[in-house]
Design a protein around this ligand. Structure first.
Ligand SMILES: [Ca+2]
Length: 209
Protein backbone atom coordinates (compact mmCIF):
# COMPACT_ATOMS: atom_id res chain seq x y z
CA UNK A 1 0.00 0.00 0.00
CA UNK A 2 1.60 3.26 -1.06
CA UNK A 3 1.12 6.60 0.63
CA UNK A 4 -1.10 7.89 -2.17
CA UNK A 5 -3.46 4.97 -1.50
CA UNK A 6 -3.95 5.77 2.18
CA UNK A 7 -6.34 8.41 3.48
CA UNK A 8 -4.50 10.87 5.68
CA UNK A 9 -5.46 10.82 9.35
CA UNK A 10 -7.02 14.21 10.12
CA UNK A 11 -5.31 14.10 13.54
CA UNK A 12 -1.97 14.28 11.78
CA UNK A 13 -2.99 17.30 9.73
CA UNK A 14 -4.88 19.81 11.80
CA UNK A 15 -6.44 22.44 9.59
CA UNK A 16 -6.27 20.35 6.42
CA UNK A 17 -9.06 20.91 3.94
CA UNK A 18 -11.66 18.11 4.44
CA UNK A 19 -11.84 17.48 0.70
CA UNK A 20 -8.14 16.69 0.70
CA UNK A 21 -8.31 14.02 3.38
CA UNK A 22 -8.72 11.21 0.88
CA UNK A 23 -6.33 8.90 -0.90
CA UNK A 24 -5.15 11.12 -3.72
CA UNK A 25 -2.20 12.44 -5.62
CA UNK A 26 -1.30 15.25 -7.99
CA UNK A 27 -1.81 14.71 -11.70
CA UNK A 28 -0.33 16.99 -14.32
CA UNK A 29 -3.23 18.56 -16.17
CA UNK A 30 -2.67 21.23 -18.81
CA UNK A 31 -5.06 24.04 -17.84
CA UNK A 32 -5.93 24.85 -21.48
CA UNK A 33 -5.70 28.59 -20.86
CA UNK A 34 -2.93 31.05 -20.05
CA UNK A 35 -2.05 30.77 -16.37
CA UNK A 36 0.24 32.32 -13.81
CA UNK A 37 3.42 30.27 -14.06
CA UNK A 38 4.37 31.15 -10.52
CA UNK A 39 1.62 28.96 -9.13
CA UNK A 40 1.97 25.28 -9.88
CA UNK A 41 -1.53 24.58 -8.67
CA UNK A 42 -2.47 25.78 -12.14
CA UNK A 43 -1.30 22.49 -13.63
CA UNK A 44 -0.88 20.08 -10.73
CA UNK A 45 -4.34 18.78 -10.16
CA UNK A 46 -5.23 17.17 -6.83
CA UNK A 47 -6.93 14.02 -7.94
CA UNK A 48 -8.64 11.47 -5.77
CA UNK A 49 -7.61 7.86 -6.23
CA UNK A 50 -4.65 8.68 -8.41
CA UNK A 51 -1.87 6.27 -7.49
CA UNK A 52 0.78 4.06 -9.08
CA UNK A 53 -1.86 1.68 -10.40
CA UNK A 54 -4.21 4.41 -11.62
CA UNK A 55 -1.92 7.21 -12.79
CA UNK A 56 -4.77 9.51 -13.85
CA UNK A 57 -7.21 8.55 -11.12
CA UNK A 58 -10.34 6.42 -11.19
CA UNK A 59 -10.77 4.49 -14.41
CA UNK A 60 -7.15 4.80 -15.56
CA UNK A 61 -4.68 1.95 -15.57
CA UNK A 62 -1.09 1.04 -16.26
CA UNK A 63 -1.94 -1.59 -18.85
CA UNK A 64 0.77 -1.68 -21.48
CA UNK A 65 3.07 0.48 -19.36
CA UNK A 66 5.14 -2.22 -17.68
CA UNK A 67 8.32 -0.63 -18.97
CA UNK A 68 7.45 2.91 -17.86
CA UNK A 69 8.65 4.44 -14.61
CA UNK A 70 6.37 4.14 -11.63
CA UNK A 71 4.53 7.33 -10.72
CA UNK A 72 2.73 8.60 -7.62
CA UNK A 73 5.18 7.08 -5.20
CA UNK A 74 6.58 8.94 -2.23
CA UNK A 75 9.99 8.59 -0.66
CA UNK A 76 8.89 6.05 1.98
CA UNK A 77 7.29 3.96 -0.78
CA UNK A 78 10.54 3.88 -2.69
CA UNK A 79 12.53 3.07 0.43
CA UNK A 80 10.16 0.22 1.22
CA UNK A 81 10.50 -1.11 -2.32
CA UNK A 82 14.27 -0.97 -2.15
CA UNK A 83 14.27 -2.81 1.18
CA UNK A 84 11.92 -5.44 -0.24
CA UNK A 85 14.26 -5.91 -3.19
CA UNK A 86 17.24 -6.24 -0.83
CA UNK A 87 18.76 -3.01 -2.14
CA UNK A 88 19.11 0.52 -0.90
CA UNK A 89 18.61 3.93 -2.42
CA UNK A 90 21.71 5.79 -3.53
CA UNK A 91 22.86 8.78 -1.57
CA UNK A 92 22.72 12.11 -3.38
CA UNK A 93 26.48 11.94 -3.95
CA UNK A 94 26.28 8.40 -5.34
CA UNK A 95 23.40 9.38 -7.57
CA UNK A 96 25.20 12.40 -8.93
CA UNK A 97 28.39 10.44 -9.56
CA UNK A 98 26.44 7.80 -11.48
CA UNK A 99 24.38 10.38 -13.35
CA UNK A 100 27.47 12.17 -14.64
CA UNK A 101 28.52 9.00 -16.40
CA UNK A 102 32.20 9.95 -16.20
CA UNK A 103 31.78 13.42 -17.68
CA UNK A 104 33.13 16.28 -15.64
CA UNK A 105 31.71 19.80 -15.74
CA UNK A 106 29.64 19.14 -18.86
CA UNK A 107 26.68 21.39 -19.48
CA UNK A 108 24.37 18.41 -19.78
CA UNK A 109 24.70 14.95 -18.33
CA UNK A 110 25.51 13.66 -21.82
CA UNK A 111 27.80 16.48 -22.97
CA UNK A 112 27.88 20.05 -24.21
CA UNK A 113 24.82 20.11 -26.46
CA UNK A 114 21.22 19.71 -25.44
CA UNK A 115 20.20 17.89 -28.62
CA UNK A 116 23.39 16.79 -30.39
CA UNK A 117 22.67 16.50 -34.09
CA UNK A 118 18.98 17.24 -33.23
CA UNK A 119 18.78 13.99 -31.30
CA UNK A 120 16.79 14.12 -28.08
CA UNK A 121 18.89 12.66 -25.27
CA UNK A 122 16.22 12.60 -22.58
CA UNK A 123 12.49 12.98 -22.20
CA UNK A 124 11.91 16.68 -21.59
CA UNK A 125 9.31 19.32 -22.38
CA UNK A 126 9.12 21.01 -25.76
CA UNK A 127 6.77 23.90 -26.32
CA UNK A 128 5.27 26.62 -24.16
CA UNK A 129 4.69 25.15 -20.73
CA UNK A 130 2.14 24.09 -19.51
CA UNK A 131 -0.32 24.03 -22.41
CA UNK A 132 1.83 23.32 -25.43
CA UNK A 133 3.46 19.90 -25.16
CA UNK A 134 4.90 19.30 -28.61
CA UNK A 135 6.41 15.95 -27.70
CA UNK A 136 9.04 16.23 -30.42
CA UNK A 137 11.23 13.92 -28.33
CA UNK A 138 8.60 11.25 -28.93
CA UNK A 139 6.84 11.37 -25.58
CA UNK A 140 4.26 13.69 -24.12
CA UNK A 141 4.29 11.99 -20.75
CA UNK A 142 6.52 9.22 -19.44
CA UNK A 143 8.78 7.25 -21.75
CA UNK A 144 9.63 3.55 -21.48
CA UNK A 145 13.01 2.56 -20.09
CA UNK A 146 15.88 2.70 -22.58
CA UNK A 147 14.02 5.02 -24.96
CA UNK A 148 17.04 7.33 -24.88
CA UNK A 149 20.76 6.57 -25.01
CA UNK A 150 22.57 5.45 -21.82
CA UNK A 151 25.24 7.60 -20.22
CA UNK A 152 28.95 6.83 -20.13
CA UNK A 153 28.45 4.24 -17.42
CA UNK A 154 25.79 2.46 -19.44
CA UNK A 155 22.99 3.74 -17.21
CA UNK A 156 19.66 4.58 -18.80
CA UNK A 157 17.06 7.16 -17.89
CA UNK A 158 18.88 9.16 -15.26
CA UNK A 159 17.96 12.44 -16.89
CA UNK A 160 14.23 12.17 -17.10
CA UNK A 161 12.33 15.22 -16.10
CA UNK A 162 9.84 13.81 -13.79
CA UNK A 163 6.83 15.80 -14.88
CA UNK A 164 4.77 13.26 -13.07
CA UNK A 165 6.31 13.82 -9.74
CA UNK A 166 3.73 13.26 -7.14
CA UNK A 167 3.39 13.82 -3.53
CA UNK A 168 1.15 11.53 -1.53
CA UNK A 169 -2.06 12.94 -0.19
CA UNK A 170 -0.82 12.89 3.37
CA UNK A 171 2.13 15.02 2.60
CA UNK A 172 0.09 17.24 0.32
CA UNK A 173 -2.53 17.94 2.94
CA UNK A 174 0.13 18.83 5.45
CA UNK A 175 2.41 20.86 3.29
CA UNK A 176 0.36 22.63 0.69
CA UNK A 177 -0.09 25.77 2.70
CA UNK A 178 3.53 26.03 3.71
CA UNK A 179 4.72 25.13 0.25
CA UNK A 180 2.73 27.73 -1.54
CA UNK A 181 3.82 30.37 0.89
CA UNK A 182 7.44 29.49 0.30
CA UNK A 183 7.22 29.20 -3.46
CA UNK A 184 9.90 31.60 -4.59
CA UNK A 185 8.70 34.71 -6.34
CA UNK A 186 9.90 34.93 -9.91
CA UNK A 187 11.10 38.00 -11.63
CA UNK A 188 10.28 37.06 -15.20
CA UNK A 189 7.30 34.75 -15.47
CA UNK A 190 7.82 34.41 -19.21
CA UNK A 191 11.17 32.80 -18.75
CA UNK A 192 9.97 30.38 -16.11
CA UNK A 193 10.86 26.91 -17.27
CA UNK A 194 9.98 23.50 -16.01
CA UNK A 195 13.49 23.35 -14.59
CA UNK A 196 12.66 26.34 -12.46
CA UNK A 197 9.46 24.66 -11.37
CA UNK A 198 11.28 21.48 -10.41
CA UNK A 199 13.98 23.40 -8.59
CA UNK A 200 11.39 25.39 -6.74
CA UNK A 201 9.50 22.26 -5.79
CA UNK A 202 12.67 20.54 -4.69
CA UNK A 203 13.58 23.43 -2.47
CA UNK A 204 10.35 23.07 -0.56
CA UNK A 205 9.72 19.34 -0.98
CA UNK A 206 12.98 17.44 -0.59
CA UNK A 207 13.12 14.43 -2.84
CA UNK A 208 10.21 15.63 -4.89
CA UNK A 209 11.52 15.38 -8.40
CA1 LIG B 1 8.69 14.75 -23.81
Amino acid sequence: MTIAEIAPDPKDYPGALPEMLHPASLVFTPPGRPVDLRDFRNWWNFKRDANWRRPYGTGSSIDGMDDHPVVHVAYPDVEAYAAWAGRELPTEAEWEFAARGGLDAAEYAWGAEFTPGTRAMANTWQGAFPNENLGTDGYERTSPVEAFPPNGYGIFDFMVHNCFFVYGAQAVAAEFAATFKEFPPLQKPNTFTIDDALKAMESVMPGAS
